[in-house]
Design a protein around this ligand. Structure first.
Ligand SMILES: *Cc1c(COP(=O)(O)O)cnc(C)c1O
Length: 391
């Protein structure tokens, strides 16, 4: 049978991260001692009170359809969070809860972009953004950055990329994959350009709470009413509450866009899981004391890895101020990222993600959401690998 694959689906790039990941899993299954730096999720458990709230909802029979955009108390709790932490006055009707921050991103793009539209995405980017833009029939426009500017785009660079077809600018600070964090002034300046040019901003703030070295997060929506009007915030429970498997995220949008997203969602997935939403209410309303502990642990690992990487022949690394990734430059080794990662896995049994997956072939992504023991062992092996290349 000659199956015809739709143009939309066929246009998607195969996931390189998954290819390395499945090879690493296969090696592990064969009993090999593989150290993984690929994790895109915290290695901590979901806090107990969140699990308890979900278990109670399940026991109470809270197992039926909810409104497609989420239960009112969760939308209210999210609106309260934005008021409390970001100084933003969203109504619950402007909040749409979806099946993960990823789903929220996709909904936003589907609800705002179509054929002929351009979406500006700074590289290195989270690998799903360009593919989602393509699924919507629009065109990703990639803005290159490098470690020389801590992977940040400048307002001038953004302005030069905007055309009459530009619909959306995707901002992700703190960033996956680089861990880079824009300062409030830098964020405001990018927002100013979008306002001037009439471009919407999709601001993915899922790593908002994971900051180091006194770095500050300020939402682009929070600088003025015009900034708020031009911004759609995407957020979720995966990272700061370690709830990746729960599949819960949200967006906060101007009312007409929220309505459109609600319509998209009501005809595709309907509501996110009912009892998971009850857990999410507890995540926002309950104690947040897990977070300082996690941050202290992440910070310790980050400093250790940062120092180690910079001492290796052929590698340089700028320090990340957020998230849980480091993004070392490997160009001094003479290898491109896919080759580097394939050989590293083969020779030293260390799994890392090639930067080319994020649009940056001179880098690799290392996640430090893994134990200190793993980090020590894995970095010693990477060092050995780099030394071997120099000989
Ligand atoms: C993890 C992540 C998300 C959301 O993940 P979900 O598991 O779908 O909630 C969104 N954006 C970025 C940049 C991420 O790293």
């Amino acid at each position: 049978m000659n199956y015809k694959i739709s143009q939309r689906a066929a246009s998607l790039a195969p996931s390189l991260t998954l290819a390395i990941d499945s090879k690493a899993k296969q090696m592990k299954a064969e009993g090999l001692d593989v150290v993984g730096f690929g994790a895109g999720e915290p290695d901590f458990d979901t806090p107990q009170h969140i699990k308890d709230a979900c278990a109670k909802a399940l026991a109470d029979g809270f197992t039926k359809y909810t409104p497609a955009a989420g239960i009112p108390e969760l939308r209210q709790a999210i609106a309260d969070k934005h008021k409390r932490e970001n100084g933003l006055a969203y109504k619950p009707s402007q909040i749409i809860v979806s099946c993960g921050g990823k789903h929220s991103c996709y909904n936003v793009i589907l609800a705002t972009c179509q054929e002929g539209d351009e979406v500006i995405i700074p590289a290195p980017y989270w690998l799903s953004y360009p593919e989602m833009v393509k699924l919507a029939g629009a065109k990703p426009v990639i803005l290159e950055t490098s470690d020389r500017t801590e992977f940040k785009v400048t307002p001038a660079q953004l302005r030069a990329a905007i055309t009459p077809n530009t619909r959306l600018f995707i901002l992700n600070s703190p960033s996956n994959p680089t861990g880079s964090v824009y300062t409030p002034d830098e964020i405001k300046a990018l927002g100013d350009v979008c306002i001037e040019k009439g471009v919407l901003i999709m601001s993915d703030e899922i790593y908002e709470h994971l900051l180091y070295d006194g770095a500050q997060h300020k939402s682009v929506a929070s600088f003025s009413p015009a900034h708020l009007e031009h911004t759609i915030i995407v957020h979720g429970f995966a990272k700061a509450w370690s709830m990746t498997g729960w599949r819960l995220g949200w967006c906060a949008a101007p009312e007409p866009i929220a309505k459109a997203i609600d319509a998209v969602q009501s005809h595709s997935t309907s509501n996110p899981t009912s009892f998971a939403q009850k857990g999410a209410v507890a995540a926002l309303a309950g104690p947040q004391d897990h977070l300082p502990k996690w941050l202290a642990e992440f910070a310790k690992r980050r400093t250790y890895a940062f120092n180690k990487l910079n001492a290796m022949p052929g590698l340089t690394c700028v320090n990340a101020k957020g998230a849980f990734y480091l993004f070392p430059n490997i160009s001094g080794t003479g290898l491109k990222s896919a080759d580097f990662c394939a050989r590293l896995l083969e020779q030293e049994k260390v799994a890392a993600v090639p930067g080319i997956a994020f649009g940056a072939d001179d880098y690799i992504r290392l996640s430090y959401a893994t134990s200190m023991a793993n980090i020590e062992k894995g970095l010693a092996r990477i060092e050995n690998f780099c030394k071997g290349l120099k000989r």
